[in-house]
Design a protein around this ligand. Structure first.
Ligand SMILES: NCc1[nH]cc(CCC(=O)O)c1CC(=O)O
Length: 299
């Protein structure tokens, strides 16, 4: 049976699709990769003007609903948290979480001089950077991870903040100068997790994808995404969270920042039911005033 995997065309997305194809290959499946170009990839301007991060996933979703592809591989981090998945689509599997950390490329943060330009477009990363390193200047950057590395090499920036998992996927992990601990840089919701999306009526693809689902990762990201949903966070929200799973159950730690990093609200809770845990931690953050910080930043 042929199984067409739809993906964005960036080197990172193609690497992810190849990884999933390798995991799925074997009788009776013959995975093929169908690279699609999304308006998010073609557009060089501000993502906010294109409708946010959703620009990267919307067109893949449409191609899948139209039957052009059978399986779509998304970075979970890129799937909007404030809107439900389109009707007719479901996440059949979450692959085991890769490295969840952000890192610095080009220099260690402590070695950078005052005023150094640190490339990141993430409100979450910029807020945490401003909070811990007020002397450094976060500067917006767009494009694929490979494109960002090229801009660093061209001298446009003094350092970059990127996800370790992304650099590993494009074979550039040697460029990591400093791994940031989750205390130094609390990760994005869903960081390091690949989501395998299927049509709800496609039993054959669903069955193949479900075999790759990692239950522990599913529990953790279900808690993280329940939090995001309750906070009504969008891709420009300064929200960070990390859920871990151990013998004693799930622990969800979450934070909401002001864009300048001056304000920080934090909450941590334990539990065994992922959705309830996410709702509980979101409730604590809202009780502390998270709504005001989140709504300060335009969608
Ligand atoms: N926003 C783009 C994006 N989406 C997922 C990853 C990396 C892999 C991951 O965390 O799943 C990246 C690149 C980055 O943030 O450096």
């Amino acid at each position: 049976m042929q199984l067409r995997i739809g993906t964005r065309s960036s080197p990172m997305a193609l690497a992810q699709a190849r990884l999933v194809a390798a995991l799925l290959s074997g009788q009776p499946l013959e995975p093929t990769i169908v690279p699609l170009s999304t308006s998010g990839d073609r557009w060089g301007g501000s993502l906010a003007r294109l409708g946010g991060k959703g620009a990267f996933v919307k067109e893949l979703d449409r191609a899948q609903l139209d039957g052009e592809v059978d399986l779509v591989v998304h970075c979970l981090k890129d799937i909007p948290g404030d809107v439900p998945l389109p009707d007719g689509l479901t996440i059949a599997a979450y692959l085991p979480r890769d490295d969840v950390h952000d890192c610095v490329v080009g220099a260690r943060l402590a070695d950078l001089p005052a005023g150094a330009r640190v490339g990141t477009s993430s409100v979450r990363r910029a807020a945490q950077l401003r909070r811990r390193h007020p002397g450094l200047t976060p500067v917006p950057i767009r494009g694929s991870a490979n494109g960002r590395l090229a801009k660093l090499d061209a001298g446009d920036f003094d350092a970059l903040i990127l996800a370790v998992a992304g650099l590993e996927r494009i074979g550039e992990q040697r460029r990591v100068a400093q791994i940031l601990t989750t205390t130094q840089m609390l990760p994005a919701i869903g960081a390091g997790v690949l989501a395998l999306q299927c049509r709800v009526d496609d039993a054959a693809t669903l069955a193949a994808a479900r075999a790759l689902d990692d239950a522990s990762t599913r529990a953790c990201v279900t808690a993280e995404r329940a939090l995001l949903r309750e906070l009504r966070g969008h891709c420009h929200s300064p929200i960070a969270a990390h859920c871990t799973d151990s013998d004693t159950g799930l622990t969800l730690h979450a934070a909401v920042y002001s864009a300048d990093g001056a304000d920080l609200l934090e909450a941590t809770d334990h539990g065994s039911e992922p959705d309830k845990l996410g709702v509980a931690v979101a409730g604590e953050l809202l009780a502390k005033g998270a709504r005001t910080l989140i709504d300060e930043i335009p969608h």
